[in-house]
Design a protein around this ligand. Structure first.
Ligand SMILES: N[C@@H](CCC(=O)N[C@@H](CS)C(=O)NCC(=O)O)C(=O)O
Length: 196
């Protein structure tokens, strides 16, 4: 299997999923907004990363890739019942549609990444925008260890892959103790991405 995309990008969550599945793969670290290279453009003309090529099966969109990896290679990582599958998709769409762009903008607004300048007003606005979706996840985690029940699944991996970045920004999890407990638990997994 080939995985295209540099680690500091949405590719990180695909590399994590592949590691959770115990897969061997070739990692081609195509840069965000960089030169795409003929090999990637030949299989995916828009050059978006991550893209994977699994023995001729080509797919992009990190969330869809992870669903595929979990279903094909992940064993317990995938949903086993319609209810588990629904919860996995629910929290994957929550991550993709409700919080990912806000969290990415918040990270940039901290000024923690090279080339960024801190913007306290944007930081405050992003923090405020996360309160409602976070209240919803915090409530869902009140009586369960993971988003789909008592087992770590691809739904946790997808959602934690973006929420866990907030730990590095100093985000206040005070109102969301269940989310903090869940992030810390998932971050202890041996395959959790190492970030510097
Ligand atoms: N929804 C897509 C978003 C993919 C995406 O926007 N990837 C970024 C990098 S993280 C990208 O390809 N940017 C354009 C580029 O590098 O040319 C996913 O989850 O994979």
């Amino acid at each position: 299997m080939k995985i295209y995309g540099e680690r500091l990008s949405r590719t990180e969550r695909v590399l994590w999923a592949a590691d959770e599945c115990g897969l061997g793969y070739e990692h081609i670290p195509v840069e965000v907004n960089g030169e795409k290279g003929e090999a990637l453009l030949a299989i995916n003309p828009d050059g978006a990363i991550p893209t994977i090529d699994d023995d001729g099966f080509v797919i992009s969109q990190s969330w869809a890739i992870n669903q595929y990896l979990a279903r094909k290679y992940g064993g317990d990582l995938a949903g086993k019942t319609p209810e588990e599958e629904a919860d996995i998709l629910r929290w994957t769409f929550w991550a993709a549609c409700d919080v990912e762009s806000t969290i990415i903008d918040l990270i940039h607004a901290t000024g923690m990444l090279p080339g960024d300048t801190a913007d306290p007003e944007r930081l405050a606005s992003n923090t405020s925008d996360l309160q409602r979706p976070f209240a919803s996840l915090n409530k869902a985690l009140e009586n369960r260890t993971y988003v789909a029940g008592d087992r770590f699944t691809i739904g946790d991996l997808n959602a934690v892959s973006i929420v866990s970045w907030l730990v590095l920004t100093g985000f206040d999890f005070g109102e969301f103790p269940n989310i903090k407990r869940w992030v810390d638990l998932c971050a202890r997994r041996p395959a959790f991405p190492k970030r510097v």
